[in-house]
Design a protein around this ligand. Structure first.
Ligand code: MRU
Length: 344
């Protein structure tokens, strides 16, 4: 099941707020619908946000009906600005928007009709490339997975979060396809339960053994020696190898180090932000307090209790055993090796 799909003349997004109970697509006819879908997490996960935004840009171009090149470009630029305001942490969003903006410039001199079709083709190429990168990453990553490993993952870094196959779940899928008898522990991932609702659903659909645990059970499960490695995705990786990912990731990395368990991050090159030197510079999204005061629409806390709801945290590079990318596996020293890797 694709999270993102172009259908004839509009975009379809699988509504991830309704999973796992309802499998329903939202029809996106303009970039405003896409921007809203990104904001309210109907589409989520760093690479998927980037790909959806690219289609949002294409929709803005396709919806232009006049014949002024200046107006056409102004509308597309407006869409890019609107989409850039949706979520601040995943750099894939800004990477995709920058790519669409440069692409628009490269089509200057051709007709508006041609440029509209080219923008759509570029968004489709970006989506297809993301899936291909994940499959490649899966091949590199699965070599690190022992024969019958117990694997802990957090949030959802699967097909739903990407153009297909997944990053962290892509590595898990590739290991499973290679015949390894792995089993996965999925953290439920409060407050929005991406692990319980999405990762458990995705892995069960593929027949990959998965056991759901609450976030607070991770330490005990590690202590019991049920976990051989942790693997997670990423929303932004800085030049020194610090990694922003779903809130709770940092805690898992500290726990893994304490228990002598390898901690891997899987992410495509579009998740690296070499303009930032360290994770301290990453903007961390803070979301609506209601997400913490409630669970599945039911109030679980005093209505007025103050809440702190950072959506991501940063794992310092020293906790990371290796970063698996579509170009290979990177180990420390990260500043040096990431620079080399990104040049290749
Ligand atoms: O708030 P979300 O659901 O968009 O957060 C998603 C994550 O933190 C994922 O782990 C990350 O984007 C990597 S997805 C391949």
């Amino acid at each position: 099941m694709d999270a993102i799909r172009w259908h004839e003349d509009h975009l379809l997004l699988l509504d991830q707020t309704k999973l796992p109970l309802v499998e329903e697509y939202i029809e996106c006819w303009d970039h405003h619908i896409v921007a809203r879908a990104i904001k309210i997490l109907q589409v989520r996960g760093a690479p998927a946000i980037g790909a959806a935004a690219a289609f949002g840009v294409a929709l803005a171009g396709l919806n232009y009906t006049g014949d002024s090149v200046e107006e056409f470009e102004a509308e597309v630029h407006q869409a890019i600005d609107d989409l850039a305001k949706t979520r601040p942490t995943a750099v894939n969003l800004f990477w995709a928007l920058t790519r669409m903006k440069s692409f628009l410039e490269s089509t200057r001199g051709t007709s508006i009709t041609d440029r509209q079709q080219s923008l759509l083709a570029e968004a489709q190429a970006l989506l297809a490339e993301d899936k291909a990168m994940n499959e490649q990453m899966g091949q590199y990553g699965q070599e690190l997975i022992p024969e019958s490993a117990g694997i802990l993952t957090h949030c959802n870094a699967g097909a739903l979060a990407t153009g297909g196959f997944g990053t962290a779940l892509g590595v898990i899928r590739a290991a499973h396809q290679a015949g390894k008898e792995i089993s996965v522990f999925a953290d439920e991932t409060r407050p929005l339960l991406q692990g319980a609702r999405l990762t458990a659903w995705e892995l069960m659909k593929d027949g990959i053994p998965v056991t759901l645990i609450t976030d607070s059970m991770a330490a005990y499960v590690m202590k019991q020696k049920l976990v051989d490695l942790v693997i997670v995705g990423a929303d932004r990786i800085t030049a020194n190898g610090d990694v922003a990912n779903k809130i709770g990731t940092y805690g898992l990395a500290v726990l893994a180090k304490n228990h002598g368990i390898p901690f891997y991050v899987a992410a495509p090159f579009s998740t690296f932000d070499l303009s930032l030197q360290s994770g301290d510079e990453i903007p961390i999204e803070e979301r609506d307090p209601e997400e913490v005061r409630t669970l599945g629409g039911t109030t679980t806390a005093p209505l007025e209790v103050p809440v702190y709801n950072p959506s991501f945290d940063v794992t310092p590079n020293e906790y990371i055993t290796a970063i698996i990318t579509d170009r290979g596996v990177i180990q420390g020293p990260y500043t040096e090796n990431i620079a080399k890797h990104m040049k290749s």
